[in-house]
Design a protein around this ligand. Sequence first.
Ligand code: DGL
Length: 265
Amino acid sequence: MATIGVFDSGVGGLSVLRELMKVLPKERFIYFSDNAYCPYGNREPSFIIDRARAVSESLLHDGADVIVVACNTATAAATAALRNEYSSPCERVKELTGGRKDRVSFVGMEPAVKPAALGTKSGVIGVLATAGTLTGSKYLDMKSHYVDDVKIVEHVGKGFVELVEKGELDGERCERVVRGSVEPILEAGADTIVLGCTHYPFLAEVISRIAGPDVKIIDPAPAVARRLCNVIKEESILTGGGEGKVTLKSSGPDDALKRTFALIF
Ligand code: DGL
């Protein structure tokens, strides 16, 4: 049985955990919500790197064989630094794992610009994400491959993370907040919207209601689950034989985490 560490700034990464558990139902998962520091969206990359390091070390100490950064903002700010520090054989990983491992791999989020660009009929795609993701070099690099072929309209999901952390996933106020960021994308002619923040899939029903049936909503989580399976295979990490246990951890109060977990599992 493998132990898979998963983290996010809050409950958003549970939308990724849901997909990971579909493809790896027998493994042990440790989910860490760094909610004492949520949201990450507007924070300095150096702050996010420090948090990602602290959370990854806690997951390694608790037995993680591989770590999924289930947060687009942390992926943009910190995965290069994490891989640099922990993905080649090093003393720190040995120390944290009691000699069980000397390196660890990280699987990050990919904003699904490629499938959106390949599938659009109107030639306009929308990307909803945090400011940190939209200004990160990973996203800008990916976008540069498609800007000649499609128009990409970006919008920060203003207030979305706060709604999801509060468990306010529908209702009049929720719809008003979501409308504020989705309507400009629709007005630009988008027929596809990429959810570039792991909190946003919890608002997918509201987004879809506002956008209408002809607009496709893309959640990159299933692609991340496939990538995790490949990493597990490539690294011969032993899987199977377990019962699909999930341990929940958080840096702040755990009520939002427990509530959201109960909602989706
Ligand atoms: N869920 C996160 C993401 O995918 C972070 C949201 C936030 O903390 O601002 O970007």
